[in-house]
Design a protein around this ligand. Structure first.
Ligand SMILES: Nc1ncnc2c1ncn2[C@@H]1O[C@H](COP(=O)(O)OP(=O)(O)OP(=O)(O)O)[C@@H](O)[C@H]1O
Ligand SMILES: [Mg+2]
Length: 266
């Protein structure tokens, strides 16, 4: 059982990750329940991506244990294949494939036949609000940044993973595009009952999207945990207070790159 009271999808127990003498993650423990959306926030270099990489199974911890559905994601990489999918800050779409072909790629790897792949890909694009024969047949360079990120999220969900991991998937978009995509994405993840861990350096995004916010301070030490109930999200005083506490625990909030740029321009 986890703190959230459900069966655990992810468990990190006293995890260290060292690169040479440098600790990127130190003595980190937390659990994520099935169906939970957890945001990990922290300043640059706090160890957020390193923690995510260990959950993805691309690297083992130096000490401690990482479990995803009870399996070691590094040693049991094959067993977890298809149960876990990832989306990043940049969309990483294949430029020579159309929107639907990009989404269909994972389904192809899973061995679905061609008509099923196309139908499923188009259904997932509709779920992220990319509709119409013309749009689903566009190549990445013909789509806006926000639409490309939508395709990338559709691709992550199309393989029907148990667990979706996002590393700053919304941070390169302008505020309006990012906000629309964030709310569409969380609504969709809740509807299809997936577990999601998302990394962001924006406190407001974390409070808006997640059931729980985990705050990391370098080296990936758990500095604070905040549970967010739906009614809290609608309470400006509660949000202001938690925003302040999270910023303190992080050691100061990071200004998103475009806000810094805007500040310089004005
Ligand atoms: N493969 C690696 N080899 C050596 N050092 C690394 C490696 N990956 C990460 N680090 C170091 O570990 C620390 C944590 O890095 P990490 O990428 O996890 O931070 P982060 O919280 O994701 O930061 P950002 O917000 O900038 O993405 C940093 O000091 C980084 O330089
Ligand atoms: Mg990172």
């Amino acid at each position: 059982m986890t703190a959230a009271g459900g069966a655990a999808m992810i468990v990190l127990d006293r995890v260290d990750k060292r690169f040479g003498d440098h600790y990127a993650v130190r003595d980190l423990s937390f659990a994520v329940a099935k169906g939970e959306i957890v945001a990990i926030v922290g300043r640059t270099g706090a160890g957020k991506s390193t923690a995510l990489h260990m959950i993805m199974g691309v690297m083992p911890p130096s000490a401690g244990t990482v479990r995803v559905e009870g399996l070691d994601p590094y040693a049991d990489f094959k067993a977890l294949k298809g149960k876990l999918s990832v989306s990043f800050q940049t969309d990483r779409l294949l430029p020579w494939r159309t929107a639907w072909e990009n989404v269909a790629l994972g389904l192809q790897i899973m061995g679905r036949d061609a008509p099923t792949r196309r139908a499923e890909a188009i259904r997932w694009l509709e779920n992220v609000k990319i509709t119409g024969a013309e749009n689903v047949a566009k190549y990445p360079h013909q789509l806006s940044g926000g639409m490309r990120q939508r395709v990338s999220l559709a691709r992550a969900l199309a393989v029907d993973p148990e667990l979706v991991l996002l590393d700053e998937s919304f941070s390169q978009l302008d505020h309006v595009t990012s906000k629309a995509l964030r709310s569409d994405f969380t609504e969709l993840v809740r509807r299809v009952k997936k577990t999601c861990v998302l990394i962001t350096h924006r406190i407001d995004d974390a409070l808006e999207m997640a059931d729980r916010v985990i705050v990391l301070a370098a080296p990936a030490r758990l500095a604070l945990e905040v549970r967010v109930r739906p009614e809290d999200r609608a309470d400006p005083a509660w949000l202001r207070d938690r925003h302040r506490r999270i910023a303190e625990a992080m050691g100061g909030e990071e200004a998103p790159a475009e806000e810094v740029a805007d500040g310089l321009r004005h």
